[in-house]
Design a protein. Structure first.
Length: 95
């Protein structure tokens, strides 16, 4: 099995080759990002905050810094690579 596979990759074994060699297919599986979800990035923003809110999801991802309110739009692949973990969003109770 290939050794350079990330946790988000899905590996499926195809039919064995007639010579007996095993063939694997690697399928990239993206993160399940949702609107208004909080994410923690690997690197801190210049204001010092690592937490960002997801404002737009598609081929591009729009994020808002929770420290200073700065908004950035990144290609989805670059945004997913920079995300360290997805934080739970606290739901506000209606009173």
């Amino acid at each position: 099995m290939p050794m350079d596979i990330r946790l988000r990759d899905r590996v499926e074994m195809k039919k064995p080759h007639p010579c007996g060699e095993k063939i694997f297919e690697i399928t990239r599986v993206g993160m399940d990002l949702k609107l208004h979800q909080l994410v923690e990035l690997k690197k801190a923003h210049p204001c010092g905050s690592r937490n960002w809110e997801v404002l737009r999801v598609g081929m591009d991802v729009k994020l808002r810094c929770q420290g200073c309110g700065h908004e950035v739009m990144l290609p989805r692949a670059k945004a997913e690579k920079g995300i360290k973990k997805i934080l739970e969003r606290e739901e506000k109770a209606d009173e």
